[in-house]
Design a protein around this ligand. Sequence first.
Ligand code: A3P
Length: 288
Amino acid sequence: MPVLEPVPLPEYDGVTYISLRAFREKGPEQTIKDVKDFQSRETDIIICTYLKAGVHWLDEIITMLVNKTKTLASGTKGQRTLEGIPELSVLDSLPSPRILNTHLSFKYIPTKHVQNKGKIVHMIRNPKDICVSLYHHAKKDVVMNYDVPWEKYFENWMSGKVFYSSWYDYELGMEEASIQYPRMIYTCYYEDFKREPKNQIRKLADFLDINVSDQLLENITEETSFENMQSKKTDNTKFVNMKEAEGFIYRKGDIGDWKNHFTVNQNSRFDTQFKDRMKDSKYNITFE
Ligand code: A3P
């Protein structure tokens, strides 16, 4: 896979996207249209997450559950990111159930998947940690091309000017969809997976209708620990970024790194905005 050069970021309908290959080759409008028109199979599982909420982790867990394997898979989730693939027909050759993923808002999820009532797994993570995680990622990744000081980045986050939609628009859209399609969308929390991975993986397996032995649950829990994935997995960032030969997805994998970045004033402004935007939400988000 050739490394990518920095290019201006794609924009569509007032939203800035990241310059994944499909966006580069087809432009944002066609890329999003192709995702919406994607011929989903009834058995497809789509992982829906905002940026930095844990898609690599979840993809690995689901891959191991579906295949009942004891070790990490060799591929990367980027090979199955719907809005990243210029020619979606490459996914035709994958066996069912396919494990796909997207950061696009729910309104752009393949229409056929929604008609099929296909499974969606949605992982949510506290937005302060997402904000920090994205800050570090955006500095390094050629598809984001966004190396700005923390203070400027923070202001952009506060005004919703990051990538894809704002965190609030994305998550409130997912919540609305979950109310409309309760059996189709499984929402889980990054922090719960950190605190009690085995129990959370078991619940996820139930949602996916997968019978899993206690031993396999143990294996999956151990294999997908942050430390293990950090040492064993390569990620897509390795292939497209010339300077970052090792990839940089597996950074810290902690809860609460925001405390090392937010000033007291930034924290208080964030809390005020969070309270206001999330006042009608039933999500159980905590900041530790
Ligand atoms: P940090 O930058 O806070 O370390 P995504 O996969 O959605 O891009 O999210 C990446 C974030 O998930 C990174 O957060 C990364 O370290 C964390 N992560 C990746 N694998 C993980 C794992 N197995 N356990 C916990 N966190 C993980």
